[in-house]
Design a binder for this molecule. Structure first.
Ligand code: SUG
Length: 445
Protein backbone atom coordinates (compact mmCIF):
# COMPACT_ATOMS: atom_id res chain seq x y z
CA UNK A 1 0.00 0.00 0.00
CA UNK A 2 1.22 3.49 -0.80
CA UNK A 3 0.75 6.54 1.40
CA UNK A 4 0.60 10.19 0.54
CA UNK A 5 0.35 13.52 2.20
CA UNK A 6 -2.13 15.40 0.05
CA UNK A 7 -2.31 19.17 0.36
CA UNK A 8 -5.70 20.68 -0.32
CA UNK A 9 -5.18 24.36 -1.05
CA UNK A 10 -7.93 26.92 -0.72
CA UNK A 11 -8.90 28.64 -3.91
CA UNK A 12 -9.02 32.36 -3.24
CA UNK A 13 -12.58 33.66 -3.58
CA UNK A 14 -13.74 36.50 -5.85
CA UNK A 15 -14.21 38.95 -2.93
CA UNK A 16 -10.62 38.72 -1.62
CA UNK A 17 -10.02 42.01 0.20
CA UNK A 18 -8.21 43.68 3.08
CA UNK A 19 -10.71 44.72 5.73
CA UNK A 20 -8.53 44.64 8.85
CA UNK A 21 -10.76 42.07 10.51
CA UNK A 22 -8.28 40.07 12.56
CA UNK A 23 -7.23 41.68 15.83
CA UNK A 24 -4.02 39.92 16.86
CA UNK A 25 -2.94 39.32 13.25
CA UNK A 26 -0.42 42.05 12.50
CA UNK A 27 -0.60 41.86 8.68
CA UNK A 28 -4.40 41.99 8.61
CA UNK A 29 -4.45 45.14 10.71
CA UNK A 30 -1.58 46.89 8.99
CA UNK A 31 -2.97 46.38 5.47
CA UNK A 32 -6.56 47.29 6.37
CA UNK A 33 -8.37 49.07 3.58
CA UNK A 34 -5.65 48.70 0.94
CA UNK A 35 -6.99 47.58 -2.39
CA UNK A 36 -6.60 43.94 -3.36
CA UNK A 37 -6.39 41.89 -6.52
CA UNK A 38 -8.66 38.85 -6.32
CA UNK A 39 -7.42 37.69 -9.72
CA UNK A 40 -3.74 37.73 -8.89
CA UNK A 41 -4.43 36.29 -5.42
CA UNK A 42 -6.20 33.31 -6.97
CA UNK A 43 -3.45 32.90 -9.57
CA UNK A 44 -0.68 33.05 -6.99
CA UNK A 45 -2.43 30.27 -5.11
CA UNK A 46 -2.90 28.19 -8.25
CA UNK A 47 0.76 28.63 -9.22
CA UNK A 48 1.85 27.27 -5.84
CA UNK A 49 -0.49 24.29 -6.21
CA UNK A 50 0.85 23.57 -9.69
CA UNK A 51 4.47 23.77 -8.53
CA UNK A 52 3.83 21.18 -5.81
CA UNK A 53 2.04 18.93 -8.26
CA UNK A 54 5.06 19.20 -10.57
CA UNK A 55 7.33 18.23 -7.68
CA UNK A 56 5.42 14.95 -7.53
CA UNK A 57 3.08 15.75 -4.65
CA UNK A 58 -0.59 14.92 -4.83
CA UNK A 59 -2.29 18.29 -4.75
CA UNK A 60 -5.96 19.03 -4.16
CA UNK A 61 -8.22 22.06 -4.36
CA UNK A 62 -10.69 23.27 -1.76
CA UNK A 63 -13.48 25.53 -2.99
CA UNK A 64 -14.01 29.01 -1.52
CA UNK A 65 -17.23 30.18 0.11
CA UNK A 66 -20.06 32.36 -0.99
CA UNK A 67 -19.51 36.00 -0.09
CA UNK A 68 -20.97 38.47 0.62
CA UNK A 69 -22.79 36.25 3.11
CA UNK A 70 -26.31 37.52 2.52
CA UNK A 71 -27.74 34.91 4.88
CA UNK A 72 -25.67 36.17 7.81
CA UNK A 73 -26.80 39.73 7.05
CA UNK A 74 -30.45 38.67 6.96
CA UNK A 75 -29.99 36.80 10.21
CA UNK A 76 -28.73 40.07 11.69
CA UNK A 77 -31.93 41.84 10.70
CA UNK A 78 -31.19 43.42 7.32
CA UNK A 79 -34.23 42.89 5.13
CA UNK A 80 -35.57 43.32 1.61
CA UNK A 81 -34.17 42.25 -1.73
CA UNK A 82 -30.56 41.11 -1.84
CA UNK A 83 -29.56 44.53 -3.12
CA UNK A 84 -31.43 46.26 -0.30
CA UNK A 85 -29.84 44.00 2.30
CA UNK A 86 -26.35 44.81 0.99
CA UNK A 87 -27.01 48.54 0.75
CA UNK A 88 -28.56 48.80 4.20
CA UNK A 89 -25.82 46.75 5.85
CA UNK A 90 -23.06 48.73 4.12
CA UNK A 91 -24.64 52.03 5.19
CA UNK A 92 -25.78 51.15 8.71
CA UNK A 93 -23.13 48.68 9.86
CA UNK A 94 -20.11 48.92 7.55
CA UNK A 95 -17.80 46.85 9.77
CA UNK A 96 -20.29 43.97 9.95
CA UNK A 97 -20.88 44.25 6.25
CA UNK A 98 -17.16 43.99 5.50
CA UNK A 99 -16.85 40.95 7.76
CA UNK A 100 -19.60 39.28 5.73
CA UNK A 101 -17.60 39.93 2.54
CA UNK A 102 -14.32 38.33 3.65
CA UNK A 103 -12.75 35.66 1.46
CA UNK A 104 -11.11 34.16 4.57
CA UNK A 105 -12.06 30.58 3.71
CA UNK A 106 -8.97 30.61 1.45
CA UNK A 107 -6.85 29.78 4.55
CA UNK A 108 -7.72 26.12 4.63
CA UNK A 109 -5.26 25.32 7.42
CA UNK A 110 -8.16 26.70 9.47
CA UNK A 111 -10.84 24.75 7.64
CA UNK A 112 -10.70 21.63 9.77
CA UNK A 113 -8.64 19.21 11.84
CA UNK A 114 -7.93 15.95 10.06
CA UNK A 115 -6.75 12.69 11.65
CA UNK A 116 -5.49 10.00 9.27
CA UNK A 117 -6.93 6.49 9.47
CA UNK A 118 -3.71 5.03 10.89
CA UNK A 119 -4.26 7.09 14.07
CA UNK A 120 -7.97 6.64 14.70
CA UNK A 121 -9.89 3.93 16.53
CA UNK A 122 -12.38 3.48 13.68
CA UNK A 123 -9.61 3.11 11.08
CA UNK A 124 -11.21 5.90 9.06
CA UNK A 125 -9.98 9.42 8.26
CA UNK A 126 -11.73 11.89 10.59
CA UNK A 127 -12.63 15.48 9.74
CA UNK A 128 -13.94 18.19 12.07
CA UNK A 129 -14.47 21.65 10.58
CA UNK A 130 -13.08 24.41 12.79
CA UNK A 131 -15.68 26.66 14.42
CA UNK A 132 -13.40 29.72 14.23
CA UNK A 133 -15.41 31.45 16.95
CA UNK A 134 -12.84 34.09 17.79
CA UNK A 135 -13.44 36.18 14.68
CA UNK A 136 -16.95 36.90 13.50
CA UNK A 137 -15.99 36.84 9.80
CA UNK A 138 -14.42 33.40 10.21
CA UNK A 139 -17.23 32.00 12.33
CA UNK A 140 -19.36 32.15 9.19
CA UNK A 141 -17.32 29.35 7.58
CA UNK A 142 -17.81 25.98 9.34
CA UNK A 143 -21.15 24.82 7.97
CA UNK A 144 -20.25 25.33 4.34
CA UNK A 145 -16.76 23.96 5.03
CA UNK A 146 -18.41 20.80 6.34
CA UNK A 147 -20.56 20.46 3.22
CA UNK A 148 -17.57 20.98 0.92
CA UNK A 149 -15.47 18.42 2.80
CA UNK A 150 -18.33 15.93 2.65
CA UNK A 151 -18.59 16.47 -1.10
CA UNK A 152 -14.86 15.84 -1.48
CA UNK A 153 -14.54 12.91 0.91
CA UNK A 154 -17.89 11.31 0.24
CA UNK A 155 -17.25 7.65 1.04
CA UNK A 156 -18.35 6.65 4.57
CA UNK A 157 -16.29 3.49 4.41
CA UNK A 158 -13.12 5.58 4.55
CA UNK A 159 -14.14 9.01 5.81
CA UNK A 160 -15.93 10.17 8.95
CA UNK A 161 -17.21 13.73 9.26
CA UNK A 162 -18.04 15.45 12.55
CA UNK A 163 -20.01 18.57 13.22
CA UNK A 164 -17.89 21.56 14.26
CA UNK A 165 -17.56 22.13 18.04
CA UNK A 166 -20.14 24.27 19.85
CA UNK A 167 -20.03 27.87 18.60
CA UNK A 168 -18.64 29.40 21.73
CA UNK A 169 -15.26 30.84 22.67
CA UNK A 170 -14.87 28.16 25.36
CA UNK A 171 -14.45 25.70 22.51
CA UNK A 172 -12.64 28.06 20.14
CA UNK A 173 -11.09 25.83 17.50
CA UNK A 174 -8.88 26.98 14.62
CA UNK A 175 -8.30 23.61 13.01
CA UNK A 176 -5.08 22.28 11.56
CA UNK A 177 -3.22 25.55 12.17
CA UNK A 178 -2.82 24.34 15.76
CA UNK A 179 -2.45 20.64 15.03
CA UNK A 180 0.58 18.78 13.68
CA UNK A 181 0.92 15.11 13.04
CA UNK A 182 4.28 13.42 13.49
CA UNK A 183 5.00 9.93 12.15
CA UNK A 184 7.74 7.67 10.82
CA UNK A 185 5.94 7.18 7.59
CA UNK A 186 2.57 8.64 6.56
CA UNK A 187 0.94 5.21 6.71
CA UNK A 188 2.13 4.33 10.23
CA UNK A 189 0.29 5.35 13.37
CA UNK A 190 1.58 8.78 14.32
CA UNK A 191 1.48 11.20 17.21
CA UNK A 192 -0.87 14.14 16.94
CA UNK A 193 0.28 17.34 18.62
CA UNK A 194 -2.47 19.76 19.63
CA UNK A 195 -1.30 23.25 20.54
CA UNK A 196 -3.67 25.50 22.45
CA UNK A 197 -3.45 29.12 23.54
CA UNK A 198 -5.37 29.05 26.82
CA UNK A 199 -7.63 27.08 29.12
CA UNK A 200 -11.27 28.12 28.85
CA UNK A 201 -12.47 26.73 32.16
CA UNK A 202 -9.51 27.71 34.33
CA UNK A 203 -8.61 31.38 34.38
CA UNK A 204 -5.76 30.82 36.85
CA UNK A 205 -3.61 29.34 34.05
CA UNK A 206 -1.27 31.45 31.87
CA UNK A 207 -2.90 33.29 28.96
CA UNK A 208 -1.96 36.18 26.67
CA UNK A 209 -2.75 39.70 27.90
CA UNK A 210 -3.01 41.74 24.75
CA UNK A 211 -4.18 39.58 21.88
CA UNK A 212 -6.67 36.71 21.94
CA UNK A 213 -5.74 33.06 22.25
CA UNK A 214 -8.02 31.62 19.62
CA UNK A 215 -7.63 27.93 20.46
CA UNK A 216 -8.59 26.48 23.84
CA UNK A 217 -7.29 23.33 25.49
CA UNK A 218 -10.87 22.14 25.86
CA UNK A 219 -11.46 22.40 22.12
CA UNK A 220 -8.27 20.48 21.31
CA UNK A 221 -9.18 17.75 23.80
CA UNK A 222 -12.68 17.48 22.31
CA UNK A 223 -11.26 17.00 18.80
CA UNK A 224 -8.91 14.25 20.06
CA UNK A 225 -11.91 12.49 21.65
CA UNK A 226 -14.12 12.89 18.57
CA UNK A 227 -11.44 11.48 16.31
CA UNK A 228 -10.96 8.41 18.49
CA UNK A 229 -7.27 9.09 19.21
CA UNK A 230 -5.69 7.23 22.08
CA UNK A 231 -3.69 8.81 24.89
CA UNK A 232 -0.65 7.02 23.51
CA UNK A 233 -0.78 9.00 20.28
CA UNK A 234 -1.75 12.46 21.45
CA UNK A 235 0.29 15.28 23.00
CA UNK A 236 -1.08 18.66 24.14
CA UNK A 237 1.21 21.67 24.44
CA UNK A 238 0.46 25.26 25.29
CA UNK A 239 1.62 28.07 23.07
CA UNK A 240 3.79 30.64 24.81
CA UNK A 241 1.32 33.45 25.65
CA UNK A 242 4.09 36.01 25.12
CA UNK A 243 4.35 35.16 21.42
CA UNK A 244 0.58 35.37 20.93
CA UNK A 245 0.94 38.91 22.26
CA UNK A 246 3.56 39.53 19.55
CA UNK A 247 1.23 38.53 16.72
CA UNK A 248 1.54 34.73 16.67
CA UNK A 249 -2.19 34.13 16.39
CA UNK A 250 -1.86 30.46 15.38
CA UNK A 251 0.87 27.95 16.23
CA UNK A 252 1.63 27.56 12.51
CA UNK A 253 3.05 31.10 12.57
CA UNK A 254 5.87 29.90 14.87
CA UNK A 255 6.34 26.15 14.22
CA UNK A 256 5.92 23.58 11.46
CA UNK A 257 6.36 19.82 11.59
CA UNK A 258 6.52 16.92 9.20
CA UNK A 259 7.19 13.22 9.87
CA UNK A 260 9.99 13.23 12.46
CA UNK A 261 10.96 16.90 12.11
CA UNK A 262 9.84 19.82 14.23
CA UNK A 263 11.04 23.18 12.93
CA UNK A 264 10.24 25.87 15.49
CA UNK A 265 11.19 29.08 17.19
CA UNK A 266 12.72 28.87 20.63
CA UNK A 267 9.92 31.02 22.09
CA UNK A 268 7.06 29.03 20.54
CA UNK A 269 5.99 26.80 23.46
CA UNK A 270 5.48 26.75 27.19
CA UNK A 271 7.05 23.71 28.87
CA UNK A 272 8.89 22.84 25.68
CA UNK A 273 11.19 20.20 27.16
CA UNK A 274 8.40 18.23 28.79
CA UNK A 275 6.21 18.37 25.67
CA UNK A 276 8.99 17.36 23.30
CA UNK A 277 10.09 14.49 25.55
CA UNK A 278 6.50 13.17 25.53
CA UNK A 279 6.29 13.59 21.76
CA UNK A 280 9.48 11.67 21.14
CA UNK A 281 8.58 8.93 23.62
CA UNK A 282 5.16 8.44 22.04
CA UNK A 283 6.59 8.45 18.53
CA UNK A 284 9.07 5.82 19.67
CA UNK A 285 11.99 7.11 17.65
CA UNK A 286 14.35 10.08 17.78
CA UNK A 287 13.04 13.29 16.31
CA UNK A 288 14.83 16.22 14.72
CA UNK A 289 13.97 19.27 16.80
CA UNK A 290 15.26 22.18 14.76
CA UNK A 291 15.19 25.14 17.09
CA UNK A 292 15.60 28.64 15.69
CA UNK A 293 17.02 30.92 18.39
CA UNK A 294 15.88 34.50 18.88
CA UNK A 295 19.47 35.56 18.25
CA UNK A 296 19.14 34.21 14.67
CA UNK A 297 15.54 35.29 13.95
CA UNK A 298 13.44 37.44 16.27
CA UNK A 299 9.77 36.68 16.84
CA UNK A 300 9.01 39.97 15.09
CA UNK A 301 10.91 38.85 11.98
CA UNK A 302 9.29 35.43 12.11
CA UNK A 303 5.88 37.14 12.08
CA UNK A 304 6.94 39.54 9.33
CA UNK A 305 8.45 36.94 7.01
CA UNK A 306 6.44 33.85 8.01
CA UNK A 307 9.57 31.72 8.24
CA UNK A 308 7.52 29.07 10.06
CA UNK A 309 4.33 29.44 8.06
CA UNK A 310 6.10 27.38 5.48
CA UNK A 311 5.22 23.99 4.13
CA UNK A 312 7.63 21.25 5.07
CA UNK A 313 7.09 18.49 2.53
CA UNK A 314 8.79 15.19 1.81
CA UNK A 315 9.81 14.72 -1.82
CA UNK A 316 11.49 11.37 -1.22
CA UNK A 317 12.39 9.48 1.95
CA UNK A 318 14.68 11.60 4.11
CA UNK A 319 14.52 14.52 1.67
CA UNK A 320 12.31 17.37 2.79
CA UNK A 321 11.98 20.82 1.34
CA UNK A 322 10.58 24.07 2.63
CA UNK A 323 7.99 26.00 0.64
CA UNK A 324 8.46 29.57 1.82
CA UNK A 325 6.95 32.93 0.93
CA UNK A 326 9.17 35.38 -1.00
CA UNK A 327 9.15 37.58 2.11
CA UNK A 328 11.71 35.11 3.56
CA UNK A 329 13.96 35.56 0.54
CA UNK A 330 13.70 39.34 0.74
CA UNK A 331 14.80 39.43 4.39
CA UNK A 332 18.63 39.09 4.53
CA UNK A 333 18.72 37.56 8.02
CA UNK A 334 15.99 35.00 7.34
CA UNK A 335 17.42 34.15 3.95
CA UNK A 336 20.85 33.57 5.51
CA UNK A 337 19.28 31.40 8.20
CA UNK A 338 17.52 29.26 5.57
CA UNK A 339 20.75 28.90 3.59
CA UNK A 340 22.57 27.66 6.66
CA UNK A 341 19.68 25.33 7.50
CA UNK A 342 19.70 23.54 4.16
CA UNK A 343 23.49 23.25 4.25
CA UNK A 344 23.30 21.57 7.67
CA UNK A 345 22.78 18.00 8.68
CA UNK A 346 18.97 17.71 8.87
CA UNK A 347 16.37 16.13 6.57
CA UNK A 348 15.58 19.64 5.21
CA UNK A 349 17.57 19.82 2.00
CA UNK A 350 16.16 22.69 0.00
CA UNK A 351 13.95 25.75 0.05
CA UNK A 352 11.71 27.18 -2.71
CA UNK A 353 10.18 30.62 -2.55
CA UNK A 354 6.69 31.48 -3.76
CA UNK A 355 4.99 34.80 -4.24
CA UNK A 356 1.77 34.62 -2.24
CA UNK A 357 1.85 38.30 -1.30
CA UNK A 358 -1.87 38.83 -1.84
CA UNK A 359 -2.51 36.29 0.92
CA UNK A 360 0.45 37.35 3.07
CA UNK A 361 -1.01 40.86 3.37
CA UNK A 362 -3.83 39.32 5.35
CA UNK A 363 -1.49 37.16 7.44
CA UNK A 364 -1.78 34.01 5.34
CA UNK A 365 1.43 32.30 4.22
CA UNK A 366 1.97 29.09 2.22
CA UNK A 367 1.05 26.89 5.20
CA UNK A 368 -2.21 28.76 5.87
CA UNK A 369 -3.32 28.08 2.33
CA UNK A 370 -3.31 24.31 2.63
CA UNK A 371 -5.06 21.53 4.55
CA UNK A 372 -2.95 18.40 4.90
CA UNK A 373 -4.63 15.03 4.56
CA UNK A 374 -2.54 11.87 4.84
CA UNK A 375 -4.17 9.11 2.78
CA UNK A 376 -3.40 5.61 1.63
CA UNK A 377 -3.98 4.67 -2.00
CA UNK A 378 -7.44 3.18 -1.36
CA UNK A 379 -8.53 6.31 0.45
CA UNK A 380 -7.08 8.51 -2.26
CA UNK A 381 -9.03 6.51 -4.84
CA UNK A 382 -12.19 7.24 -2.83
CA UNK A 383 -11.66 11.03 -2.92
CA UNK A 384 -13.76 12.95 -5.43
CA UNK A 385 -11.24 12.85 -8.33
CA UNK A 386 -12.34 16.23 -9.68
CA UNK A 387 -10.71 18.08 -6.76
CA UNK A 388 -7.27 16.62 -7.43
CA UNK A 389 -5.06 18.97 -9.44
CA UNK A 390 -4.08 17.84 -12.93
CA UNK A 391 -2.69 19.89 -15.82
CA UNK A 392 -6.21 20.05 -17.26
CA UNK A 393 -7.78 21.21 -13.98
CA UNK A 394 -5.04 23.79 -13.53
CA UNK A 395 -5.75 25.39 -16.90
CA UNK A 396 -9.51 25.10 -16.42
CA UNK A 397 -9.27 26.90 -13.06
CA UNK A 398 -7.05 29.63 -14.53
CA UNK A 399 -9.61 30.21 -17.27
CA UNK A 400 -12.35 30.26 -14.67
CA UNK A 401 -10.47 32.91 -12.66
CA UNK A 402 -9.84 34.97 -15.80
CA UNK A 403 -13.52 34.87 -16.64
CA UNK A 404 -14.98 35.75 -13.25
CA UNK A 405 -12.47 37.58 -11.06
CA UNK A 406 -11.77 41.29 -10.86
CA UNK A 407 -8.25 42.61 -11.32
CA UNK A 408 -8.70 45.03 -8.51
CA UNK A 409 -11.09 45.45 -5.62
CA UNK A 410 -11.13 48.41 -3.26
CA UNK A 411 -12.88 48.27 0.07
CA UNK A 412 -15.59 50.57 -1.35
CA UNK A 413 -16.19 48.20 -4.27
CA UNK A 414 -17.55 45.68 -1.79
CA UNK A 415 -20.81 47.63 -1.68
CA UNK A 416 -21.37 47.04 -5.40
CA UNK A 417 -24.35 44.64 -5.43
CA UNK A 418 -23.16 43.06 -8.68
CA UNK A 419 -20.27 41.48 -6.72
CA UNK A 420 -22.78 39.08 -5.17
CA UNK A 421 -24.04 37.98 -8.58
CA UNK A 422 -20.50 37.71 -9.94
CA UNK A 423 -19.48 35.57 -7.00
CA UNK A 424 -22.51 33.31 -7.28
CA UNK A 425 -22.07 32.85 -11.03
CA UNK A 426 -18.42 31.93 -10.48
CA UNK A 427 -19.13 29.52 -7.63
CA UNK A 428 -21.99 27.84 -9.44
CA UNK A 429 -19.64 27.10 -12.33
CA UNK A 430 -16.93 25.96 -9.91
CA UNK A 431 -19.20 23.38 -8.30
CA UNK A 432 -19.66 21.92 -11.77
CA UNK A 433 -15.93 21.92 -12.50
CA UNK A 434 -15.15 20.24 -9.17
CA UNK A 435 -18.30 18.05 -9.17
CA UNK A 436 -19.27 19.20 -5.70
CA UNK A 437 -23.04 19.27 -6.08
CA UNK A 438 -25.03 22.03 -4.36
CA UNK A 439 -22.80 22.94 -1.44
CA UNK A 440 -23.62 26.65 -1.30
CA UNK A 441 -26.68 28.09 0.44
CA UNK A 442 -27.67 30.03 -2.72
CA UNK A 443 -27.84 26.71 -4.58
CA UNK A 444 -30.27 25.36 -2.04
CA UNK A 445 -32.77 28.28 -2.02
O1 SUG B 1 -7.73 34.16 10.51
N1 SUG B 1 -6.74 36.57 8.15
C1 SUG B 1 -6.72 35.19 8.60
C2 SUG B 1 -5.38 34.59 8.32
C3 SUG B 1 -5.38 33.10 8.64
C4 SUG B 1 -4.02 32.52 8.59
N2 SUG B 1 -4.08 31.13 8.85
C5 SUG B 1 -3.13 30.41 9.50
N3 SUG B 1 -2.17 30.96 10.17
N4 SUG B 1 -3.25 29.14 9.48
C6 SUG B 1 -7.05 35.12 10.10
O2 SUG B 1 -6.62 36.02 10.83
C7 SUG B 1 -7.80 38.70 7.66
C8 SUG B 1 -9.01 39.18 6.88
C9 SUG B 1 -9.03 40.68 6.75
O3 SUG B 1 -8.51 41.39 7.59
O4 SUG B 1 -9.61 41.17 5.76
C10 SUG B 1 -7.90 37.23 8.05
O5 SUG B 1 -8.98 36.73 8.29
Amino acid sequence: MQHFEVNFDGLVGPTHNYAGLSFGNVASLSNAKSSSSPKSAAKQGLAKMKALQEMGMVQGVLAPQERPDIYALRRLGFQGSNEQVLRKAAAEAPAIFRACCSASSMWTANAATVSPSADTMSGRVHFTPANLTNKFHRSLEPQTTGRILQAMFANSRYFEHHQHLPDNEHFGDEGAANHTRFCNDYGNAGVELFVYGRYAFDSSKPAPQQYPARQTYEASAAIARLHGLSDENVVFMQQNPAVIDQGVFHNDVIAVGNQNVMFYHEQAFLNEQQGFAELEAKLGQPMHFIKVPTSAVSVEDAVKTYLFNTQLITLKPGHMIIIAPTECEEHPGVKAYLESLIAGNTPIKDVRFFDVKQSMRNGGGPACLRLRVALNDQELAAVNPHVILTDALFSRLNQWVDKHYRDELSIDDLIDPSLLDESRTALDELTQILHLGSVYPFQQD
